[in-house]
Design a protein around this ligand. Sequence first.
Ligand SMILES: Cc1cc2nc3c(=O)[nH]c(=O)nc-3n(C[C@H](O)[C@H](O)[C@H](O)COP(=O)(O)O)c2cc1C
Length: 390
Amino acid sequence: MSDAWFETVAEAQRRAKKRLPKSVYGALVAGSERGLTLRDNVEAFGELGFAPHVAGLSNRRELTTTVLGQPLSMPVLISPTGVQAVHPEAEVAVARAAAARGTAMSLSSFASKSVEEVVAANPKTFFQMYWVGTREVLVQRMDRARAAGAVGLIMTLDWSFSMGRDWGSPVIPERMDLRAMLRFAPEAVTRPKWLWEFAKTRHVPDLTAPNLTPPGGAPPTFFGAYGEWMQTPLPTWEDVAWLRERWGGPFLLKGVTRVDDAKRAADAGVTAISVSNHGGNNLDGTPAPIRVLPSIADAVGGQVEVLLDGGVRRGSDVVKALALGARAVLIGRASLWGLAANGQAGVENVFDILRSGIDSALLGLGHQSVHDLTPADVVIPPGFTRTLGA
Ligand SMILES: Cc1cc2nc3c(=O)[nH]c(=O)nc-3n(C[C@H](O)[C@H](O)[C@H](O)COP(=O)(O)O)c2cc1C
């Protein structure tokens, strides 16, 4: 359907807002407290400019790269997001879209589809875990992902159980029983396209986390799993090194914003880090990842793959991140807006927007390849960068 095509991620977000029930849309906007970090993640990219050339430009541009040993058609991959009820095909649709565009998928352990289904949709799948449960339980979940064919492990550590948003949090039921359905019916009936997608499958969103199912048991509810997480003692750097060792394959530590933490992660033997503040859903007031990226890339860029996630909405954002030292970026909300707007095709649409934006910026900057970008391509205003923990 040609009229389903959108030209920017902002348009995908507008359509997602129209299409999703208010609570589901609110859960994707997320953010915390004042929303300082949520805004800074996006707006900081807008403070950076470009220094383009006008002649002698390259007729062909190369966008390919590798992340955690996987060849990617472009320096953009899917960030893990534990969300439910956006679309019936959920993470499987996202994984297929990433595969169709030649790039990788990251699957949250709080996601609504199993790692087996998602790896079948995209063999370049990384499985993401939080530090939830005992070491034994962590190993069980990790071994299941490995057996399913996940080609990398992501450990996300930057979660501080922040509660409350000044603009209000959506009410999300523990499970979709009759009572919850009646409560949410008024929201859902005003969103006929969304309702129809689920009606066709004859299933309501079940709000469980199938990748956290104990052996021989039933999948926990999203909130049940969250409760287990809140009770788990917090990990040390030795725990991180242990998990990395136990996994044995490519390992990404997600959520680093400080130079000292980046160095500790490198010492713990990780393959990669993602400079990230969890998309501003966490400790509000943490600077945008793009502000702290240069100091971290300087410190550990020679030892580990430095990635970034947070606030990426256009190809030029990707190019700015690469110019300041990232190898690739992960996208969270951009892919969720695409999924909500038009399912798998909507996520492919988002990748196409980013690809053409990267290509256009490379052209303007006079580069042949994403690997040729340097800080000299970017206009950095005074006071833009932040260096934490150096
Ligand atoms: C609704 C939502 C759910 C998320 N769930 C997870 C998760 O389960 N695991 C994780 O590592 N990060 C999670 N994140 C963070 C994303 O992986 C990523 O860091 C963030 O969305 C990047 O910012 P962006 O949305 O501006 O691209 C979530 C983010 C959102 C918006």
